[in-house]
Design a protein around this ligand. Sequence first.
Ligand SMILES: *Cc1c(COP(=O)(O)O)cnc(C)c1O
Length: 254
Amino acid sequence: MTEASTISSRLALMRERIRDVALSAGRDPAAIQLLPVSKTFGEAAIREAVAAGVRRLGENKAQEIRSKYEPLSDCGIDWVMIGHLQTNKAKDIARMASEIQSLDRMDLAIALDRRLQQEGRGMDALVQVKTSIEPSKYGLPPEELPGFLRRVARETPSLRIRGLMTLAINAPDRDAVRACFRTLRELRDRVRQEGIDNIELERLSMGMSGDFEIAIEEGSTEVRIGTAIFGGRIYGDAYYWPEDQVRGQTPNGV
Ligand SMILES: *Cc1c(COP(=O)(O)O)cnc(C)c1O
């Protein structure tokens, strides 16, 4: 089997698995989107995914979106920012990304809004919420969400908040993982009941290759899948979650 057919067959398999889990959970499979995550993978792999019907791709570093944007501009890809974003990179994301799922603080919202106004466009955004007790994960503390949403609605009109995103705890304890997803859904339900003007929170981005089944059972509307589609990454998540501060390495083919 070639590398190429591997990606398209893994995509097909993943779509099937999402469908099966949704049906077993009594949910409509059409209510769950698949966001393939192409971080560390280069042009050839991404073109293969595009050939298999992918039009939206998640990346977790602004630099990586910037390096892929031009070479793949003929593919019509919507780049989705899912990783920690430094305020000084807001400009690249405002220009090149279709959406951000890792909005986690007001100074970033303000920087993005300013750049988006310069670009003359708006952008869909999900608020990343910290649902795990792990010290290394980014995200807004849940108790700060209502106040944050009110400020965004008032002060940064270029950002259209569509929902919430989270990363579950990275641990073998399935109950602990489930608790993270449940926290996000219940938080969404509470804030919805409170009602914040112009904010619906219809989307919940949660679930990755190792935990998407649990996320779907807990109400995910979008799973972000890297490894199960593109294969293993040369460098582990220690490289890709920037708080680990590993520098000077080059990801696969980028
Ligand atoms: C890498 C990444 C994913 C996908 O992870 P896999 O385990 O490879 O499926 C999802 N979300 C975020 C924020 C990521 O950085």
